[in-house]
Write a protein that binds this ligand. Structure first.
Ligand SMILES: [Zn+2]
Length: 143
């Protein structure tokens, strides 16, 4: 508390002198979109825990670097939430297989990796090594 009180006189003049600026929101260039998509592709291709951690770290770092909050990657939408990163697929899978190549969804030795799940809605977002990204509703009545 004492240290905070000592810092206040230094911070206050800086805050008062900085003018309020109105700027447009930054948008992702094609190169940034390719970078984000490559980071996600690398996780789907490698498919293990360290690759997942690396993907999330790289996505958060890249989006912070360019001041991005939401990027549309075609098949996916990546959004930087206040406390987490969300990766949501647009395409819906109706059955327990990849809608592009037919690979079975479940099993650790398969080609499909879970990107993210939404605990409140029941949607699970997957990536397949064939290049497809999709979501499937995994409620308690679908097995
Ligand atoms: Zn597939």
């Amino acid at each position: 508390m004492g240290a905070l009180l000592q810092l206040q006189p230094r911070i206050k003049p800086i805050l008062q002198s900085s003018p309020c600026k109105v700027t447009t929101l930054p948008t992702a260039t094609p190169l940034i979109r390719d970078t984000l998509m490559t980071e996600i592709d690398m996780f789907v291709k490698l498919g293990d825990g360290p690759a997942r951690n690396q993907m999330y770290s790289s996505l958060v770092w890249t989006m912070h670097l360019y001041g991005l909050r939401k990027v549309d990657l075609g098949q996916l939408i990546v959004r930087l939430e206040p406390k987490w990163l969300s990766i949501k697929a647009k395409q819906i899978a109706l059955y327990s297989c990849c809608p592009e190549c037919g690979q079975y969804l479940y099993g650790s030795d398969g080609l499909i990796r879970l990107l993210q799940f939404e605990g409140d809605t029941g949607w699970h977002h997957y990536g397949c090594r064939c290049g497809a990204y999709f979501k499937k509703w995994e409620g308690y009545d679908s097995v």
